[in-house]
Design a protein. Structure first.
Length: 188
């Protein structure tokens, strides 16, 4: 049943994205999704997808944890986001639709709490270190505090490719996997 249900949810999500008549404002660089709830205009800010992921993990350790009902809604959305990331050539409209739906499934209090965390690259690096996830090439912390443009220039000069706001696609994928596992634990 699960094997049939998840692809159907993903296809439904894609159909909703295709039918959506609203468009987010186009940012100038990095992750092109613009959130109405989470800012990326502070030093070292994570891309919205990573703020949502890391913030959800943090919330699940406190009073604003995702409920079992929310988790049931969020799991297929995060799985869909992971699938788009693995596909590599996914349309930004699909990713934006998924991120919009993820935000819609969370309460205003949860989103405010994540926004108040002001999650940065060093926060994500600390999470990766605490969870034994390698940071890839370069010294950890070497892009912390850099603007997205400066980070992209540095990565291009070093031949490093990344997605998800400069945090590295493998690290971002590990973070999404951790969110899915955490949400699945909320349902059980």
């Amino acid at each position: 049943m699960k094997k049939i249900f998840l692809p159907l949810v993903f296809l439904f999500t894609l159909a909703l994205a295709a039918c959506s008549g609203t468009a987010a404002p186009a940012p100038t660089s990095g992750d092109v999704y613009v959130s109405q709830n989470l800012s990326t205009d502070y030093d070292g800010a994570l891309a919205v997808r990573n703020q949502l992921a890391l913030g959800t993990l943090e919330l699940n350790q406190g009073d604003l944890a995702v409920s079992a009902e929310q988790a049931q809604t969020l799991i297929p959305l995060w799985q869909g986001l992971r699938s788009t990331q693995q596909a590599g050539g996914s349309a930004q409209a699909e990713v934006s639709a998924l991120l919009t739906q993820i935000e819609s499934a969370m309460t205003p209090e949860q989103l405010q709490a994540i926004a108040a965390m002001k999650l940065t690259q060093p926060d994500m690096q600390a999470w990766a270190t605490a969870n034994g996830i390698p940071m890839g090439s370069g010294t950890p912390g070497q892009g912390a505090g850099m603007s997205p443009e400066a980070r992209a220039t540095k990565q291009a000069a070093e031949g490093v490719t990344s997605s998800g706001g400069g945090s590295g696609s493998k690290l971002s994928a590990a973070l999404i996997d951790a969110v899915i596992a955490s949400l699945e634990a909320q349902v059980k």
